[in-house]
Design a protein around this ligand. Structure first.
Ligand SMILES: *[C@@H]1O[C@H](CO)[C@@H](O)[C@H](O)[C@H]1NC(C)=O
Ligand SMILES: *[C@@H]1O[C@H](CO)[C@@H](O)[C@H](O)[C@H]1NC(C)=O
Ligand SMILES: *[C@@H]1O[C@H](CO)[C@@H](O)[C@H](O)[C@H]1NC(C)=O
Ligand SMILES: *[C@@H]1O[C@H](CO)[C@@H](O)[C@H](O)[C@H]1NC(C)=O
Ligand SMILES: *[C@@H]1O[C@H](CO)[C@@H](O)[C@H](O)[C@H]1NC(C)=O
Ligand SMILES: *[C@@H]1O[C@H](CO)[C@@H](O)[C@H](O)[C@H]1NC(C)=O
Ligand SMILES: *[C@@H]1O[C@H](CO)[C@@H](O)[C@H](O)[C@H]1NC(C)=O
Length: 267
């Protein structure tokens, strides 16, 4: 785990150097919600899709660049560049284009698409990109968590992750469950609690989270976080979630993604 955190620290420093900040835009005017239309593409990540649905990145979801994602993430969610730059780099790795990618390129397993996620089935259960859209059956595990209160927190997210993992261990012979995926799952939960709730307390209102996840739009009454959310901001919550999850340790599955990179696309 120490090695992973060091790796992440490296990204923080590296990305910090090239950080660029753009002025905020007027969110209500130019950034209304519009669901994707015919021919538009979306990613497995709800937050990226929200950015596209509100026009912070191209609404088509096509020919998206790293600067598009970094600028859109900052304007839409006040998420710092170290997060979305990494996502953008994965985008370029998974796309045949030279300097841009389509959001659905990111569905290649093992980059941002990983097993046991909260809103999408594992690729094993829904092959050939049919796992790309939001899936209510999958989301029910999270939606029914922390019963009796109207918020999610680190404890409930850890339980949801455990339940999702248990389901995949029991049913998915191609499951990848390594230390990196534990970290990525916990970081994703921490990001949800931080952007949609409070990065210090790790508490987020269910109604806000559920609206964003299900409808992929900015929820009514939600406000963009005042302080920048980045890898450092969410590190304590990520650790807290890992600490209370009952991770059974790794299996030896591996994602085929690395072998499928479209580096020579076009030749
Ligand atoms: C944003 O746009 C709305 C709608 O045009 C307008 O009413 C509001 O004053 C604008 N806000 C800012 C801060 O410019
Ligand atoms: C999008 O990228 C593709 C591949 O590089 C290119 O063929 C196409 O012309 C681009 N479209 C736009 C609108 O830039
Ligand atoms: C949701 O995912 C499950 C697998 O977990 C799959 O059986 C079901 O068909 C999916 N639902 C939709 C609407 O794609
Ligand atoms: C997925 O695509 C591959 C290659 O086109 C095909 O052989 C396979 O039958 C498809 N699987 C499903 C479940 O559609
Ligand atoms: C999360 O919420 C549940 C339900 O209120 C509570 O039992 C649990 O202690 C909370 N976790 C933390 C870390 O506060
Ligand atoms: C996951 O499975 C383990 C081992 O069977 C069990 O101890 C744990 O309670 C399960 N967790 C959840 C949330 O289902
Ligand atoms: C690791 O993979 C091998 C070969 O696929 C399999 O036989 C073995 O059971 C796996 N071990 C674990 C711990 O999953």
């Amino acid at each position: 785990m120490f090695g992973l955190i060091r790796l992440f620290s490296f990204f923080v420093i590296f990305e910090g150097i090239v950080a660029m900040v753009s002025p905020y835009q007027n969110q209500t005017e130019s950034h209304h919600f519009q669901a994707p239309g015919e021919g538009d593409v979306r990613s497995p990540c709800p937050f990226l899709n929200v950015l596209a649905n509100h026009g912070y990145v191209p609404r088509s979801g096509k020919n998206v660049t790293i600067p598009d994602i970094v600028k859109g993430g900052r304007e839409g969610f006040n998420v710092g560049p170290n997060f979305f730059r990494l996502t953008g780099k994965y985008g370029l790795l998974t796309s045949p284009n030279i300097d841009s990618f389509n959001l659905d390129d990111l569905n290649l397993r093992g980059y941002i698409e990983m097993d046991t996620f909260l809103t999408r089935p594992d690729a094993f259960f829904a092959p050939n990109n049919t796992n790309l859209p939001f899936n209510e059956t999958v989301y029910q595990t999270m939606a029914s968590s922390n019963p009796g209160v109207d918020y999610y927190n680190v404890t409930s997210q850890a339980q949801v992750q455990d339940a999702r993992l248990n389901h995949s261990i029991a049913n998915n012979p191609e499951l990848v469950n390594d230390a990196t995926s534990l970290f990525a799952r916990s970081a994703a939960s921490a990001l949800i609690l931080s952007i949609l709730g409070d990065p210090k307390t790790g508490v987020a209102k269910k109604s806000v989270v559920d609206t964003l996840m299900r409808e992929e739009r900015m929820p009514d009454g939600w406000k963009r976080p005042e302080d920048v959310i980045d890898v450092d901001t969410i590190r304590p919550l990520t650790q807290a979630i890992m600490d209370v999850s009952n991770w059974p340790g790794p299996n030896n599955g591996t994602y085929p993604g690395a072998q499928q990179l479209v580096i020579f696309g076009g030749f």
